[in-house]
Design a protein around this ligand. Structure first.
Ligand code: F6R
Length: 602
């Protein structure tokens, strides 16, 4: 996720752009860049860091002109540094581009362009767009047509802002699977990834749809289809949100917004890794001694990883909390060990210590991380990114489901490489994986029912979350979500453990949440639910089998999905439930007491 903004009018463009970027910073904050045009010459300032620092350091207010575009970055390709910061230019320096999204075929395009003599300065996927337009301009002198030709060669998701020094009257914007909204002013026009960027100047907005591009001038805007060039009629909406509401895109909290972003985030995780996963799988395929280390929610992702590796690649990793591993494992790690660290922030002190220990002992390290350029990415041998975009809510939601997505892809790739699982089954699993964004949308439909359920159960003192096999991780994660934001005691456990102790706590009305997708141990969990039911527990079950409905007080029908993919879908209702319970109890789910987003101390 990144933020883009553009302005054309009579004001000093850099002031409007810098102001807007500050309000888009929640979309990414590792680097910033602005380009303005003054009389046919482009002026660019960019660098790694936060907008508040760079505004002063780079003297952004010096940029001349009344037309320009800006960008706040959340790195996907290439580390966050001054060179990789947007905008990116072509060889002539006449075309500058800012981009939010991922260009999936950029390596292929880059290779072709290099062969044609283009010189690249950055490691980003974005830079290919500037060179591609430059290349098209060699045969098509009309800029708009050249732009369209270039756009039709791109695969992936993109919202773009483009400035061309020779076309002094316009700015160009494009949308395909990344957000873009126009702000319609009086003698001035705006475009941005999100409404807050221009809300202080105008509340009239036009929502651009996928496959459309915009030609923006001071007085006017034209929206066209980039495949056919046909003009599109657009409706102007009047925005009634306050600035704060707009930043959360109308959601009352970042956590809820991030829960709803999961279909998009999982899709980006899939497409952002498809190209690299085989290579990484190959590199780690020779290791049999494997540790997965992480904390909190990331640790739960590690448990899912263990089941995936076991079932598909026939490898049995040891999953350990990094805080334990760092003090206990030293003597058993050597150069034949692989340590997989999972950390959304890439800055968790215990997880970093675990990676450092592994390196000191000569082990191979692979990190699965959300924040590009974070410490974990700098000290690990191999890195896979989750591409979830910035997560502002303290409780991890979309970073968890994207960690699971990456682990699933890795286990499939590993199994394929090692030929440990039937290829036909792996293909089916992979096909289902690509359908996850749709299935996540289905799971999100339980939101209203879950809100009502939260109201009903708001006074309960204890909750139990049970699962079997791979769903034990979902039980643990559901309980953690509830604890951390609603401040209600919750326990997640393997359902088989119930009668070895915890069953003593189940009495009339105690909520028991059963995570029960169809699969290897479905019959077993049905028996465990019966045990809780016999003690008059209040049974809430999540599953795809009617049999469960008969023995449950509340049954959430989940989309049918392979058991190995179920953790990605089944955790969503649990996140929503915890969210509503927190709100109903008067807590701020974005900032739970005593907790921080990134635990950088031991
Ligand atoms: C819970 C949560 C934490 C983190 C844990 C590790 O919602 O967010 O439990 O998962 O602090 O953080 P990372 O993944 O940044 O290493």
């Amino acid at each position: 996720m990144c933020g883009i903004i553009g302005y054309i009018g009579d004001r000093k463009a850099c002031d409007v752009i810098v102001d807007g970027l500050k309000r888009l910073e929640y979309r990414g904050y590792d680097s910033v860049g602005v380009v303005t045009d003054n009389d046919g010459k482009l002026y660019i300032k960019k660098g790694a860091g936060k907008i508040s620092e760079l505004e002063v350091k780079l003297n952004l207010s010096e940029l001349p002109g009344n037309r320009g575009i800006g960008h706040t970055r959340w790195a996907t390709h290439g580390v966050p540094d001054d060179t990789n910061a947007h905008p990116h230019t072509d060889c002539t320096g006449k075309i500058a581009v800012v981009h939010n999204g991922i260009i999936e075929n950029y390596l292929e395009l880059k290779e072709e362009l290099i062969k044609k003599g283009h010189r690249f300065k950055s490691d980003t996927d974005t830079e290919v767009i500037a060179h591609l337009i430059e290349e098209e301009l060699k045969t098509e002198r009309d800029f708009e047509k050249a732009l369209r030709n270039a756009l039709n060669k791109l695969k992936g998701s993109f919202a773009l802002g483009i400035i061309y020094s020779e076309d002094k009257e316009h700015l160009y914007f494009v949308r395909h699977e990344s957000p873009l909204i126009l702000g319609i002013g009086n003698g001035e026009m705006f475009a941005a990834s999100d409404i807050p960027a221009f809300l202080p100047y105008t509340n009239k907005a036009v929502f651009i749809d996928d496959g459309e591009y915009v030609i923006l001038s001071k007085e006017d805007y034209k929206v066209k289809d980039f495949r056919t060039g046909a003009i599109k009629e657009k409706e102007v909406h009047v925005i009634k949100w306050s600035l704060e509401m707009a930043e959360k895109q109308g959601y009352p909290h970042f956590m809820l917004k991030e829960i709803y972003e999961q279909p998009r985030a999982v899709k980006d995780a899939i497409y952002g890794n498809a190209e690299f996963i085989d290579e990484v799988a190959k590199e780690i395929s020779g290791y049999d001694k494997i540790f997965i280390v992480a904390m909190g929610t990331s640790y739960h992702a590690g448990i899912v990883g263990k089941y995936l590796f076991q079932r598909l690649a026939k490898k049995v990793p040891i999953v350990e909390e990094a805080s334990e591993f760092r003090y206990e494992a030293e003597e058993v790690i050597d150069k034949n060990t692989l340590v997989i660290a999972i950390t959304q922030s890439g800055e968790t002190a215990d997880t970093l210590a675990a990676i450092r220990l592994a390196k000191k002992r000569g082990a191979k390290t692979l990190s699965i991380v959300n924040v590009v350029g974070s410490m974990a990415t700098r000290i690990s041998d191999l890195v896979l990114y989750t591409h979830a975009g910035p997560e502002i809510g303290v409780a991890a939601t979309k970073t968890y489901t994207t960690q699971l997505t990456v682990l699933t892809m890795l286990a499939i790739a590993l199994a394929r490489h090692l030929r440990t699982t039937d290829e036909k089954y792996l293909n089916t699993l992979e096909e289902e994986l690509y359908k996850l964004p749709e299935l996540l949308n289905e799971a999100l439909k339980h939101a209203d029912g879950l809100k009502a359920l939260a109201k009903k159960l708001k006074e309960k003192r204890d909750f139990f979350y049970i699962g079997r096999g791979i769903s034990v991780a979902t039980a643990l994660e559901g309980a953690l979500k509830l604890k951390e934001i609603s401040y209600i005691h919750a326990e997640g456990l393997s359902a088989g453990e119930l009668k070895h102790g915890p069953l003593a706590l189940i009495e009339e009305g105690v909520p028991v949440v059963a995570i029960a997708p169809s699969g290897k141990t479905f019959d077993k969990i049905v028996s465990n639910v019966e045990e809780a039911k016999a003690r008059k527990g209040f049974i809430i079950s999540l599953g795809d089998n009617e049999e469960l409905m008969k023995i449950s007080d509340v049954f959430l029908r989940m989309p049918e999905v392979d058991e190995l993919l179920s953790p990605i879908i089944y955790v969503v209702p649990l996140q929503i439930f915890a969210y509503h319970l927190a709100v109903i109890r008067g807590n701020d789910p974005d900032k739970p007491r005593n907790l921080a987003k990134s635990v950088t101390v031991e």
